[in-house]
Ligand binder design. Structure first.
Ligand code: ADP
Ligand code: MG
Length: 242
């Protein structure tokens, strides 16, 4: 405690912290060491691009940050709390509340329309009875996000009725509807033509610059990475000088 009673926070001021993380995969008869001691910190409101050649472990690192996989050793901390070793139910809960993820493929539910896809994380979070109580406000939030991303006229379109750029904007809205502390994006423009990709990138940059959202953006494209405030380069399983 300081004199005025505030609790001293040191490294816990980071939104996301990765400490000496290692990850190997079994490959043929041996082990493929993908991450060999990676350290990374994202400050609140930070915007970091993770860059590196194909196969350098960018997706592996993002999956560890997003709790889709666990490191062999090392630690992942979210807002000062170690999260990589939590029981599965608590990790699922964090992924539904504090961590938003977007991928190269959109992973939308084909039978759900855009609005329903965005609502899905909230539907999963609340039981059926509670859902009846929160449904109206959840719908308002989901619709507001879709409108923000230019999809106000597409609320009831199914994914197959949307363009790639539109599907990715639905996916971003779905990642944000839970009001996460950090957005993790893995090659989010990778499947898009240049114009659609530029729109998605602009939207992501605006989330950081206008809304102060903390973002990690994985890309193999140096031009895309330059849009971030900071570039972290992965090479030989470690963070190299950018
Ligand atoms: P990047 O995203 O930088 O292209 P990845 O993190 O996807 O790289 O993969 C890094 C390396 O690990 C690659 O050589 C890939 O083939 C391998 N790899 C990734 N996931 C697995 C897995 N589940 N099992 C085995 N090998 C994997
Ligand atoms: Mg990848």
């Amino acid at each position: 405690m300081t004199e005025n009673g505030a609790i001293l926070r040191t490294s816990e001021d980071a939104i996301l912290r990765v400490c000496d993380v290692r990850k190997s995969y079994r490959s043929g008869g041996g082990m493929l060491e993908v991450l060999r001691g990676v350290d990374f910190t994202l400050e609140p409101g930070g915007f970091a691009a993770v860059i590196g050649q194909s196969g350098s472990g960018k997706s592996t690192l993002l999956h560890l940050m997003g709790l889709l996989d666990a490191p062999d050793s090392g630690e992942v901390h979210l807002q000062g709390t170690r999260i990589d070793n939590l029981p599965a139910a608590r990790r699922d809960r964090l992924r539904n509340t504090a961590i938003g993820m977007v991928f190269q493929s959109y992973h939308l539910l084909p039978e759900f329309n855009a609005l329903e896809n965005v609502l899905a994380p909230l539907l999963v979070r609340h039981g059926v009875m509670e859902w009846m109580r929160v449904r109206a406000s959840a719908r308002e939030r989901a619709q507001g996000l879709l409108e923000r991303f230019g999809l106000g006229e597409r609320l009831h379109h199914k994914p197959r009725q949307l363009s790639g750029g539109e599907m990715q904007r639905v996916a971003i809205a779905r990642a944000l509807v839970t009001q996460p502390s950090v957005l993790l994006a893995d090659e989010p423009t990778g499947n898009l033509d240049e114009a659609s990709g530029a729109g998605i990138l602009d939207a992501i940059c605006e989330l950081n610059q206008r809304d102060g959202l903390s973002i990690v953006l994985v890309t193999h494209d140096a031009a895309i990475a330059r849009r971030a405030a900071r570039i972290v380069r992965l090479a030989a399983g470690r963070v190299a000088d950018a």
